[in-house]
Design a protein around this ligand. Structure first.
Ligand code: MN
Length: 130
């Protein structure tokens, strides 16, 4: 048996707080810098980010479960394992689990993340446009 090492820096998983709704855990993949933050993020069913923007964009790769992503002014869209999402610089959006499933995604965030208001429950419950 061969185990190819993934993260090896020993940083503990951290539970996210004030800019997330519900229980969210993030695990560093590589040491964070001002330029790029790479995390594996786990959202329990119903959990999601607040509205936010990424200064230089964000790449998401859905690893397991199922979730939603929403750009401001549009209905939420479903994301599934294997999906890759590019969020352009400055686009206001949120992402997280669906109400019925957990979500795990890899998040590569470029530059500063600018946090805004919580996603209203009514907005979260909008029917996904798929
Ligand atoms: Mn984002």
């Amino acid at each position: 048996m061969i185990i190819v090492p993934g993260r090896s820096n020993g940083d503990p998983t951290s539970q996210r707080g004030t800019t997330f709704t519900g229980t969210v855990w993030a695990d560093p993949v590589v040491p964070a810098s001002d330029e790029v933050v790479v995390n594996t993020v786990f959202f329990q069913p119903g959990a999601r980010t607040f509205w936010h923007q990424h200064e230089r964009g964000q790449l998401l790769h859905v690893l397991a479960g199922g979730g939603l992503i929403c750009a401001a002014g549009e209905p939420p869209r479903r994301i599934r394992p294997g999906d890759v999402v590019w969020v352009p610089p400055g686009e206001k959006h949120w992402h997280g689990a669906s109400g019925e499933t957990f979500l795990t995604h890899l998040a590569v965030s470029l530059g500063t993340t600018m946090w805004a208001e919580e996603v209203a429950q009514a907005d979260y419950l909008q029917s996904p446009g798929d």
